[in-house]
Design a protein around this ligand. Structure first.
Ligand SMILES: Nc1ncnc2c1ncn2[C@@H]1O[C@H](COP(=O)(O)OP(=O)(O)OP(=O)(O)O)[C@@H](O)[C@H]1O
Ligand SMILES: [Mg+2]
Length: 310
């Protein structure tokens, strides 16, 4: 039986709650992440992916719902030592490699910050040694330690972000679109690096992306998000074989294939939420259509999907 490392239960994150400008960035989502797996979270810009990551690591208080990490509630009143322990176990690689590194700090100090906070090194020599080791782990070298973030390319900055996250020996890493700001030629390198690190260190990942092309290859399970809601969740294989929600189908239809004949005839299926035509009494819920495969749908849609599923 797979062990649940993270449990997200009925999580809500409303910005400007109660005001006319209210945004339901996360609107009642639930999912688990098992120890050692990669859980991919996909959806278009603004659907709430980063907010989900940021709420999980306590950058935001949740409006409602619960996040459990290894059985311990993440939100609410916590002692200093509990917060410190959670901050060490959960790390985030931020979406924007340009904005997420302090421009006035040398790479040495950016990476060593977590080491200092968590008392993981005894002296300056050990600190320097550890930073150099981390730089080498992510494919950089000791000369880079004395430089400032603006002296690096986007791919290198993302590597610095990865080194910073790794510094405190986390178990769980939220990688928020770690490759989307990078050149295509560098994307595979960073993904391979994350994969190798996972194998080596037994890491668990929440991997956020806006399309399915890369997530398909690296995720064990995938959740598809649309306007603050999870609309489908399944193993990567099942999601590709049996996409059930029309939004998932639309996302899949957007992936180009290296096949010119297929490409010429590929049509992007648009998603129109109006197509559901839900009646006022219809209950739209996240339902299990086959083991571990969930779809947000009404009873009527569920019955129809049951007939279609392969
Ligand atoms: N601090 C904030 N205050 C108010 N609204 C916010 C805040 N952060 C995010 N939002 C809104 O919440 C929604 C979800 O934003 P979020 O950044 O989570 O989307 P995303 O899925 O990560 O998008 P992208 O793919 O562009 O990174 C958006 O409508 C956004 O404008
Ligand atoms: Mg985002």
């Amino acid at each position: 039986m797979a062990e649940k490392l993270l449990e997200v239960k009925n999580l809500k994150q409303y910005f400007n709650a109660g005001k006319p400008s209210e945004v339901k960035a996360i609107d009642n989502i639930s999912f688990d992440i098992y120890r050692g797996e990669t859980f991919g979270l996909v959806g278009e810009s603004g659907c709430g992916k980063s907010t989900t990551g940021r709420t999980i690591i306590r950058l935001y208080d949740a409006t409602d719902g619960e996040v459990l990490y290894d059985g311990v509630s993440v939100h609410g009143n916590k002692s200093k030592s509990e917060v410190k322990s959670l901050n060490q176990k959960m790390q985030m690689i931020f979406q924007d490699p340009y904005a997420s590194l302090n421009p006035r700090m040398k790479v040495m100090d950016i990476i060593a910050e977590g080491l200092d906070i968590h008392g993981l090194v005894k002296n300056a020599k050990e600190r320097k040694q550890k930073v150099i080791e981390l730089l080498e782990t992510v494919g950089l070298n000791k000369e880079h330690a004395e430089r400032y973030p603006h002296e690096f390319s986007g791919g290198q900055r993302q590597r610095i972000g990865i080194a910073r996250a790794l510094a405190v020996n986390p178990e769980f890493i939220i990688a928020d679109e770690p490759i989307s700001a990078l050149d295509v030629s560098i994307q595979a390198q960073v993904v391979n690096l994350l994969r190798d690190l996972q194998k080596e260190k037994g890491l668990t990942y929440l991997f956020i992306a806006h399309d399915l092309s890369m997530v398909k290859y690296i995720s064990d399970r995938i959740g598809v998000m649309y306007f603050g809601k999870l609309v489908e969740m399944a193993t990567a294989e099942e999601l590709y074989k049996n996409p059930m929600h029309p939004y998932t189908k639309s996302l899949l239809s957007a992936i180009p294939l290296p096949d010119p004949i297929y490409e010429r005839s590929r049509v992007r299926t648009p998603y129109n939420p109006e197509d559901h035509k839900y009646g006022p009494d219809e209950k739209v819920e996240f339902r299990e259509i086959s083991p571990e495969h969930f779809v947000l749908c009404s009873d009527r849609e569920f019955a129809q999907m049951k007939k279609e599923i392969k």
